[in-house]
Write a protein that binds this ligand. Structure first.
Ligand SMILES: Nc1ncnc2c1ncn2[C@@H]1O[C@H](COP(=O)(O)OP(=O)(O)OP(=O)(O)O)[C@@H](O)[C@H]1O
Ligand SMILES: [Mg+2]
Length: 344
């Protein structure tokens, strides 16, 4: 079987992994990350800026550069769509035959999607059952993606000379890479540069998904403003010292805390909502994205949430070259979406 590219186009970086499925573990053949610092100075020029905008030609050019420099061989790609570009709703419906669900959905869709039905691609699937006072209800996850967004990705990949095999919302790829077949409810918190994606996964299914624009860049700005230094220097300091700066640099580690607390607050809100609605406990919190590499974040997150917290390792289910060595932890969290896409 040939290999496939998993392509995660974020606001601060494009990440690609090339994976070949084998009879045993999928094999990581190659990976590459193209980071851009422009989001630090000019938030509107991020590779992938919110408000549904991606500069197609520029992104395709960056993809081409990354493919050339890293030497990716595969031509088939699977890409992720950020949660802020899609609409996700969990619906409850009485038990009924599938054909009837389809009919009922036609009505539900109009109520839950703030765009004309002709402008969105719609997907829904049953993600569980729930006992309620009115009997057992089935839970249906409704995902809709504006067709305009899909078109943009198709254009980008075409311009970059790749065959786009599938598009998937990033939470689903993240869950494939970090939760796999685990049935227990977990909360994934992907801290990127410009957005934090929070998703509850239960029995392998996405049940709740929220996001906030408080993320890695917010921590960097807090350091830059607090110390009166430029953002590039603040970014470097953050990556070097994280929450573990010594007593002499005490301020450096405390400046980002209000923003980290805000991210944790969003996580706790999502956790409580899931636990209340599903009547189940979140067993652990899995951190991912570049922000999960902040030194000391696991301990701090665990202390503030009183829940078990770990940094997700998307490489643990792959075979890979020993050259990855000490980069394993950082890459395992950063490449999680790309890995999840490529093993789809
Ligand atoms: N070692 C580290 N310590 C602290 N923060 C880090 C570290 N490595 C990366 N980051 C932070 O992670 C963020 C980038 O994360 P990531 O690569 O997941 O972003 P992205 O996917 O491009 O962004 P988004 O998901 O918001 O679109 C940046 O804010 C960066 O400062
Ligand atoms: Mg990201």
């Amino acid at each position: 079987m040939g290999s496939v590219l998993g392509v995660d186009i974020g606001t601060a970086a494009i990440k690609i992994v090339e994976i070949k499925k084998t009879s045993t573990l999928p094999k990581l053949i190659n990976y590459g990350i193209l980071r851009s610092n422009t989001h630090l100075d000019r938030p509107n020029s991020a590779i992938q800026s919110s408000a549904l905008k991606i500069a197609e030609k520029e992104t395709a050019d960056l993809l081409k550069i990354l493919i050339r420099e890293a030497g990716f061989k595969a031509k088939e790609a699977i890409a992720s769509i950020p949660v802020f570009s899609v609409f996700i709703t969990l619906l409850e419906m009485p038990q009924m035959p599938e054909a009837d669900v389809a009919k009922a959905m036609a009505f539900q869709i109009k109520q839950h999607i703030p765009l004309p039905v002709s402008e969105v691609a719609i997907d829904w699937l049953k993600v569980g059952d729930k006992e309620t006072e009115g009997g057992i209800k089935q839970q249906i996850l409704l995902i809709s993606i504006p067709k305009e967004i899909i078109k943009r990705y198709q254009n980008i990949f075409k311009m970059a000379g790749l065959k786009l095999k599938a598009l998937e919302i990033e939470s689903l790829s993240l869950a494939r890479a970090l939760v796999g077949n685990n049935q227990a409810p977990v909360l994934m918190v992907d801290i990127g540069a410009c957005s934090t994606n929070i998703a509850a996964i239960d029995q392998g299914f996405l049940k709740l998904n929220v996001f906030t624009d408080i993320a890695g860049s917010s921590l960097t700005s807090a350091i830059a403003n607090g110390l009166g230094i430029n953002v590039k220097r603040a970014e470097n300091l953050k990556k070097q010292k994280g929450l573990k700066a010594g007593a002499a640099e005490y301020e450096l580690s405390t400046l980002p805390l209000p923003y980290l607390d805000a991210i944790i607050g969003e996580g706790l809100r999502a956790k409580n909502k899931f636990e209340r609605e599903q009547e189940k406990k979140i067993e652990k919190i899995i951190l991912a994205g570049g922000g999960a590499n902040l030194l000391g974040i696991e301990e701090y997150f665990a202390k503030q949430t009183s829940a078990p917290v770990l940094v997700g390792d998307s490489l643990s289910a792959l075979s890979y070259s020993p050259e990855i060595g000490i980069l394993k932890k950082q890459l395992g969290a950063e490449l999680a979406i790309a890995v999840g896409l490529a093993i789809k």
